[in-house]
Write a protein that binds this ligand. Structure first.
Ligand SMILES: [Mg+2]
Length: 289
């Protein structure tokens, strides 16, 4: 049993570089059903302002929606933003956010000559696929809504088979928007994922997974949550996601790389920013003096 870390006291004093990567919706942004503990988000903002720490938002949102959320929820300014479920890495906020072209170059071969419109045409007759709004589509991201009652596995197998037959290498990311009770499907280049984008960013920065903590809450975070990157699942995650993440970690022998926030840290409930802080304290108690 992993002990719940004790409440923070004093200031954070990192001795090694640490990249904090966090999902936004229902991880840092408290837009789920459980309440947010008062003060947790402010404490998170104070933490990531410390020297030696770098902050990356890792999200399915595109840049404009990230900026909207930053303003609406008073989120701390990040150093990097990985948008569109890992298909874009943005840096240099002072220059208006510059895309890391080397990452785009890594993704392009997976789809060859075909673009998202071509792929949509290939899938047009499959029942149960409803295109998401235009602003949620991207050059390397094709996004659909799925009825919540639909068992996704057969549909995903059909999509994968059909696209592989055309020579495309794809990553299918399925998750559930709990508050809206709708399934979400992102079709991405095989190389694109939150995990691969984080690992690429780490390599660009000359860091390893040991210099990183990732926080997430749902299906499209699972790949990172069960990877060798130290990760925290916030307490507002559904029991299904928690069970799935723990089972996948156990199978992969990564059980010590996933911390499930449970609350208690700082007197908070472990949801959203409180959970992220609880996880960081679990992996880096030495950062507290
Ligand atoms: Mg989320």
């Amino acid at each position: 049993m992993i002990p719940t870390p004790s409440a923070p006291s004093g200031t954070w004093a990192p001795s090694t570089p640490l990249l904090i990567c966090t999902d936004l919706d229902r991880t840092l942004i408290p837009n789920g059903a459980p309440p947010e503990s008062p003060g947790a988000r402010e404490r998170f903002a104070a933490l990531v302002g410390q020297p030696g720490l770098r902050l990356a938002y890792v999200t399915g949102r595109h840049l404009e929606l990230v900026q909207e959320a930053m303003a609406a929820y008073d989120l701390p300014p990040p150093h990097f933003i990985i948008t569109d479920v890992g298909t874009r890495i943005l840096m240099d906020p002072a220059e208006g956010w510059r895309a890391l072209d080397a990452w785009t170059a890594c993704l392009a071969p997976d789809w060859g000559e075909l673009g998202p419109a071509d792929i949509a045409t290939l899938l047009a007759d499959l029942p149960g696929l409803y295109p998401q709004e235009a602003e949620k589509q991207g050059p390397f991201k094709l996004s659909y809504y799925l009825p919540p009652s639909l068992a996704p596995a057969p549909l995903l197998a059909s999509i994968r088979g059909r696209l592989q037959a055309r020579g495309l290498r794809v990553n299918l990311v399925h998750s559930l928007d709990e508050p809206r009770r709708v399934g979400l499907l992102d079709i991405l280049p095989a190389s694109a994922s939150k995990r691969h984008a984080i690992e690429f960013l780490l390599s660009v920065l000359g860091l390893t997974g040991e210099n990183c903590v990732f926080a997430g809450d749902s299906g499209n975070d699972l790949e990172v949550l069960v990877s060798p990157i130290p990760a925290v699942l916030v307490a507002n995650a559904t029991p299904e996601v928690r069970a799935q993440a723990l089972a996948m970690c156990a199978r992969a022998g990564q059980g010590d790389r996933l911390y499930c926030a449970r609350g208690g840290f700082g007197g908070w409930n472990g949801c959203y920013a409180a959970g992220i802080l609880e996880g960081i304290a679990h992996y880096h108690p030495d950062l507290m003096v």
